[in-house]
Design a protein. Structure first.
Lengths: 119, 907
């Protein structure tokens, strides 16, 4: 067994960078940049398309939840279904990004009413 | 000439493996391609015996450039107690960390290099990696043909794979270790983490790419003017003294400083491609094209392989010939300014580079008219060159065309010869027009296809070279080939140090990358699809697997070399019109010959007219002709013409010289072709007696001292009226066995030493990237007769023909010492020194080298060469020519470098 060295933590971080394929990873939705909390998300669903986006675990659950709800949807044409699922995946992504932007903007504009409403 | 004229001609084929997509269309897995801030710099010192084993090595670990740890490591098996005690005392006095080799491999090399993604920096890394390895074997997969080195015994640690590409470059990477690097959560989602291949920067390779010249560490330190210089040491292999350890430690510091200086230069290019991906000038060219948003052809268009087959069939390299053989002749030596960028600019090929693809259409009628009507003068108009993007099928009937054949019965070479062939053959339109201008006969055109670029690619963007807005290239509106030469002229005029980098960029984007073919030697035949000019697919099994490179665009490759041959033909025709001859030509240069009976002034005036003929073709801002007089025509440091003479033996084997007051040659330029593979029989400090010192530094002349001495004697003999008799007893060292140095750069080459290695422990074996000395056995007819030859009364019939031994020896700097250890690399039997070729034997016919592609260029033939008439009756499809020939024109043995023959001859 390999002994622990002062670099174990740094090596773990490098491993996370390798996993994510970048040295500057961040969640495309909320901006989280702690590499160990980041994952790769299939935008157009794993069974249909290979495009990936880096997201944090929280946001990943939110995105995957939407995909689970769409399991029963289908199309006789595989290509059409792929495009449809990809577009829905993108819309989920953009919706969450829009929510983040919106809350950031309200934060800046001190809109307690909206914040309460959101909460 | 006694050699028979070949009946079979060879054409290049397009091949691809049936199971693999074209590289340009590869879906690249998302891989971390940026090293961490850690850098490991190291250098090994080895024993001086043939094993060149590790003794001691120094290393530095730096974080973002700051030194964090410096230390040394050693192989306990190779150091005696005194050396070890000395090393310990040295390290302890300087606060250096001392480790054993195994500890360095596990806790520095693997931990920093692999786990922490450090950049691993060294000078000649393949050699150093081989020294620290505990075991090696042949690499597999994409690194097939290279070595795989074990650094740690555990299979959970990665190995290092090294594949030699050229004298300057190797591919180096970590192999995937036997451990799961993809977390379960990702495996469930069918995502695989791309294993890291490491970040290796060989300073030797990086420097060659950025400076466009080969360097030793000492010369690189000089060239980059770094504070620490590589010192010389005579103590290799001796006791580890403090001075020697200082020397070894300074090497690491010098390597680091060179690396840092090169990184600074590379950063000026502002390229997104990381430094560890740069292995040649071509890598820099490709990186620029990528940053300009220019996609490779293979990623833009599905070109039918049959069309690639047709295009490759028209591909021939540059033209190199001797016309006046072995006759001293006064010349004006000319060359074309940036030949390949120039023909690119004239033909407008940048439009093809930046297009979404290319289209083609039948143009038989127009081409027939064009070829019939066009005159030589029309080619003084740049617009005429734009018509040349056409391939033509002709029925050759004695026309002067490039012909690839085995003129000497052994090796395919290209000669511009008369060709007759019953079937149709494809050529570039430039070659067909050159044929007309050279012979006056118009070839019969059967079919022609004209190529046009598709619409420009979307998303291309301008690029500032070196971050300088004055050096801006916009692929959307500039012709980059013209623009780069203009920028270089501008930089040269302003004495801008970036002129070299611009030149490298112009050369690296103008030709080679478009015709790049990657060779893979399979151990057993594998399926390969071969496409010839007939467009048919031949499904064959071959060990010579060739795949197109990433920027493969064979149309550009063939049009460029075809137009360059036309340019030379135009120069030749204009010289003839002026009443001048020529001595030799080589790709972009032509030595115009002064004919008998005309004055020197008249000769210069006529040569000037030939040069001026090309004035209108200048596509650049700087005025003047694209055909230029080379500096060797002038007296040193002046622009006064000084009578220059040429003595040419065969293609690429020539010397240019002046005559001094005593009528002795003063060599201005000479060729090492056919000589460079031999080790120097003597050093520069011990030159041949009676030969005057060179007037310019030897690198400027193009040869080293012993080659210079040989050329001096060849020319002296010719000037004295004895061109057939060159004395080779002018230096005692020429009586030694002739030796060549080979690196064990592939498992096949290392196998030459298998008989030597078999009985040695691993530490004493010749290892990968170590050196060997190759020698040559005399042919049986020239060997001394054995005294006790007796017929065996029990055997009947003719005795079996004995194969010529292939002598090899462990590396020695002195050929005599190597010869004493020579053995046959196939049988392992010792080879006696008496049967080895000496330098005298090896060089005895150099001054007579025949040029088999001509009718009358046998050993003793002299004077004007006559083209052969090849009456071909069959065609064979072949692979890359360079695979059979070394860089000095010598034949290379071994299974790794044989030219692929892909399809049986077709009648």
């Amino acid at each position: 067994m390999k002994m622990n060295t002062p670099h174990t933590q740094a090596a773990r971080l490098e491993q996370a960078y390798r996993r994510l394929g970048t040295r500057n990873p961040s969640c495309v939705i909320c901006g989280e940049s702690y590499a160990h909390a980041l994952e790769l998300h299939h935008i157009g669903e794993q069974a249909f398309h290979d495009d990936l986006a880096i997201v944090c675990r929280n946001c990943h659950r939110k995105l995957s939840d939407g995909q689970i709800d769409r399991r029963q949807l289908s199309s006789p044409d595989r290509r059409t279904e792929t495009i449809g699922r990809y577009l829905l995946g993108l819309s989920d992504l953009f919706r969450l990004i829009a929510n983040t932007l919106s809350s950031m903007a309200r934060e800046l504009l001190s809109d307690p009413e909206s914040r309460e409403a959101e909460e | 000439m006694s050699l028979e004229t070949p009946r079979k001609i060879a054409l290049r084929a397009y091949t691809h493996k049936p199971t693999v997509k074209s590289p340009g269309k590869h879906k690249v897995a998302k891989r971390l391609d940026e090293a961490s801030p850690w850098t490991l710099v190291w250098d090994t010192e080895t024993s001086t015996d043939p094993s060149q084993s590790l003794r001691v090595s120094f290393y530095q670990l730096r974080y973002a450039g700051t030194l964090k740890e410096e230390g040394a490591f050693y192989d306990p098996a190779r150091l005696n107690d005194d050396d070890l005690a000395g090393l310990q005392a040295y390290c302890s006095a300087r606060g250096l960390r001392l480790r054993k080799l195994a500890a360095f491999n596990a806790y520095v090399f693997i931990e920093y290099g692999y786990d922490l993604n450090a950049t691993i920096v060294g000078f000649n890394l393949p050699f150093d990696i081989s020294r620290i390895a505990t075991h090696h074997g042949p690499a597999r997969g994409s690194m097939r043909g290279g070595f795989s080195f074990q650094l740690c015994k555990s299979r959970h640690q990665p190995r290092v794979q090294v594949k030699h590409l050229s004298r300057r470059a190797s591919l180096i990477q970590f192999s995937a270790p036997w451990k799961q690097e993809t977390p379960r959560s990702m495996r469930k989602r069918e995502i695989k983490v791309a294993s890291t291949t490491g970040y290796f920067v060989d300073v030797k390779t990086f420097a060659a790419a950025l400076l466009s010249s080969s360097h030793s560490l000492a010369s690189l330190c000089e060239a980059l003017d770094v504070p620490t210089r590589k010192a010389a040491s005579e103590e290799h292999g001796g006791p580890l003294t403090e001075t020697y350890l200082d020397y070894a430690r300074d090497d690491v510091q010098a390597t680091w400083e060179c690396y840092a200086a090169l990184m600074e230069r590379y950063a000026q290019h502002e390229l997104s491609t990381p430094a560890h991906r740069i292995i040649s000038e071509a890598s820099i060219g490709k990186a620029y094209l990528k940053d300009m948003g220019i996609e490779p052809l293979l990623a833009c268009q599905e070109v039918p392989p049959a069309m690639f087959g047709r295009i490759m069939g028209t591909f021939y390299g540059g033209r190199a010939e001797v016309r006046l053989r072995r006759v001293v002749t006064e010349v004006i030596y000319t060359d074309f300014k940036s030949m390949y960028p120039t023909v690119n600019a004239l033909m407008g090929l940048w439009r093809f580079v930046t297009a979404e693809g290319f289209a083609w259409q039948d143009a038989t009628t127009q081409t027939r008219e064009f070829v019939g009507d066009v005159s030589r003068a029309d080619f003084q108009t740049p617009a005429t060159w734009r018509e040349l993007t056409t391939l033509v099928k002709i029925r050759p009937d004695g026309d002067v065309l490039p012909v690839r054949a085995k003129y000497d019965g052994k090796v395919n070479t290209i000669g511009l010869n008369h060709l007759t062939y019953e079937g149709g053959l494809w050529f570039t339109l430039a070659d067909v027009i050159a044929a007309r201008f050279l012979s006056g006969k118009t070839p019969e055109i059967l079919e022609a296809i004209r190529f046009t670029p598709e619409s420009p690619q979307k998303g291309m963007q301008s690029k500032h070279l070196f971050g300088n807005s004055n050096y801006r290239i916009d692929p959307n509106c500039d012709d980059a080939f013209t623009r780069l030469i203009d920028l270089r002229d501008e930089a040269k005029a302003n004495k801008d140090p970036n002129q070299l980098a611009i030149k490298i960029l112009a050369n690296s984007t103008s030709y080679g990358i478009y015709i790049e073919v990657l060779r893979d030697n399979a151990p057993k035949p594998e399926p390969l699809n071969v496409f010839g000019p007939d467009g048919n697919c031949h499904e064959i099994q071959s060990t010579a697997l060739e795949e197109p490179g990433k920027r493969f665009h064979p149309l550009l490759g063939t049009l460029i070399t075809g137009a360059a041959r036309l340019m030379l033909a135009l120069a030749e025709a204009e010289a003839k019109a002026q009443g001048l001859g020529w001595v030799f030509c080589d790709t972009d240069s032509l030595a115009l010959a002064r004919p008998e009976g005309i004055s020197r002034e008249a000769f210069h005036a006529k040569a000037r007219r030939v040069i001026d003929w090309f004035n209108p073709l200048n596509p650049y801002r700087k005025p003047g002709s694209i055909l230029q007089m080379e500096d060797v025509n002038f007296a040193a440091h002046t622009r006064d013409l000084k009578p220059l003479y040429a003595f040419a033996i065969s293609a690429k084997r020539y010397a240019l010289f002046n005559l001094d007051a005593q009528g002795r040659p003063v060599i201005r330029k000479a060729s090492a072709h056919g000589l460079g593979h031999l080790m120097a029989p003597y050093v520069e400090d011990d030159p041949a007696p009676g030969v005057p010192a060179p007037v310019s530094p030897l690198p400027q002349l193009g040869v080293n001292r012993w080659q210079y001495d040989l050329w001096y004697h060849i020319i002296r003999a010719a000037l004295e009226g004895n061109p057939n008799h060159v004395p080779l007893d002018y230096h005692r060292a020429l009586a030694q066995p002739a030796a060549s140095r080979y690196g064990a750069t592939s498992p096949d080459l290392l196998a030459w030493m298998r008989h030597y290695n078999r009985d040695q422990p691993y530490s004493a074996q010749v290892k990968p990237f170590g050196f060997m000395t190759s020698l040559t056995a005399l042919p049986p007819s020239q060997r001394p007769m054995s005294e006790d030859v007796e017929a065996d009364p029990n055997k009947r019939g003719r005795p079996k023909k004995q194969s010529n031994p292939k002598p090899i020896a462990p590396f020695e700097r002195e050929p005599d010492k190597a010869a004493a250890q020579a053995f046959d690399r196939e049988t392992g039997e010792l080879v006696s020194v008496e049967v080895l070729q000496t330098y005298e034997d090896a060089l005895v016919r150099y001054h007579l080298s025949p040029e088999s592609k001509f009718e009358n260029a046998d050993y003793f033939d002299r004077g004007e060469t006559v083209r052969r008439h090849v009456m071909a009756n069959s065609v064979e499809l072949i692979g890359k020519e360079a695979n059979g020939v070394g860089e000095f024109g010598e034949r290379v043995g071994g299974a790794t470098k044989q030219q692929g023959v892909f399809a049986p001859p077709t009648s």
